[in-house]
Write a protein that binds this ligand. Structure first.
Ligand code: NAP
Length: 278
């Protein structure tokens, strides 16, 4: 699936470059969270390999809200940047809502502005871009021919970045969706009842054999480092493999599709916005 999408993006980029438009992505990271660093590394590698230019901006966790707004404003004005990826959650002293809504809708390639998020909830397809990671989860299920109609889906995690939008997208596919969070009781029993389990909690290998049952499809969104510095998901892959029908690996699963979709969104944004010499 990724190879086919990558080939199509490469061709789009070739056509844009022939018009002297160099698709450009800016990645803004605040702090040194390992999941963010891994995501940034993956996105940079994927975009660069497809011909999308990447500019990375790393800010300290002591950065002020005004300083982050200034960075967003300058990227909004920068004609060489067609899309902005803002890694979140931001530190608590920064108002996430203010920052993400400062981004120009045309450059919102990861669907973080209220208008783009609202479109996910209303099911509108003509507003902005969908957030890449939830879209990647749905694409993977589509690719494997999972008909979600009437299926019981459990999403573990309710962040605006992954849990809530993926739940809405799967609801839009007529699945029956339950969303779990840190206050959920009997979570393992709920998870065992699912046909499809989507996990996005940021807890290294927490979802183990207690949460699985035979026949399930498990989508692991987590990107963590374990106590030995090894990159891993939220799912205990070894346990899952023994019980479920299919489980996405980390690295190489959701993250890999996400970065490809990000490159695709930047390319589409470049086509709309144009660029230097366009
Ligand atoms: P987040 O904003 O920290 O949200 C985590 C969610 O998980 C929250 O809703 C939280 O519940 C819930 N949670 C935490 N511990 C839990 C527990 N023990 N039981 C049940 N629910 C629990 O994280 P995020 O941004 O959604 O990211 C989640 C993971 O996905 C991270 O590992 C991140 O690195 C990864 N990620 C991967 C990609 C990719 O492309 N592959 C993209 C983005 C993020 P409460 O709401 O009750 O606190």
């Amino acid at each position: 699936m990724v190879a086919k999408l990558n080939a199509a993006i490469k061709e789009e980029v070739r056509l844009l470059r022939a018009r002297n438009i160099l698709p450009g992505l800016a990645i803004v990271r605040v702090g040194e969270r390992e999941g963010d660093i891994a995501y940034q590394r993956g996105a940079t590698k994927r975009c660069s390999s497809l011909g999308v230019e990447v500019k990375s901006l790393v800010l300290p966790t002591t950065v002020t809200q005004e300083e982050v707004l200034h960075v967003v404003d300058s990227l909004n004005e920068d004609a060489s940047i067609h899309g902005v990826l803002l890694l979140r959650p931001l530190p608590k002293h920064i108002d996430d809502e203010v920052i993400r809504n400062r981004l120009l809708p045309a450059k919102d390639v990861d669907g973080i502005t209220d208008a783009s998020i609202a479109a996910v909830f209303t099911g509108s397809i003509n507003v902005g871009f969908p957030p890449c990671t939830p879209q990647a989860c749905v694409k993977i299920l589509d690719h494997y021919g999972v008909d979600l109609k009437g299926k019981r889906v459990v999403v573990v995690g309710r962040s605006l970045v992954v849990g809530r939008p993926v739940a809405m997208m799967l609801l839009g596919k007529n699945a029956t969706v339950t969303v779990c969070h840190s206050g959920t009781k009997n979570m393992s029993a709920l998870c065992r009842e699912a046909d499809v389990l989507v996990v996005a909690i940021g807890k290294a290998r927490m979802i183990d054999q207690d949460y699985f049952s035979p026949g399930q499809m498990v989508i692991d969104v987590g990107i963590n480092e374990d106590e030995n510095g090894v990159l891993c998901g939220d799912v205990n892959f070894t346990d899952a493999e023994k019980i479920v029908d299919a489980v996405t690996p980390v690295p190489g699963g959701v993250g890999s599709v996400t970065t490809t979709l990000l490159a695709e969104h930047v390319t589409q944004a470049a086509k709309c916005i144009g660029g230097r010499g366009a």
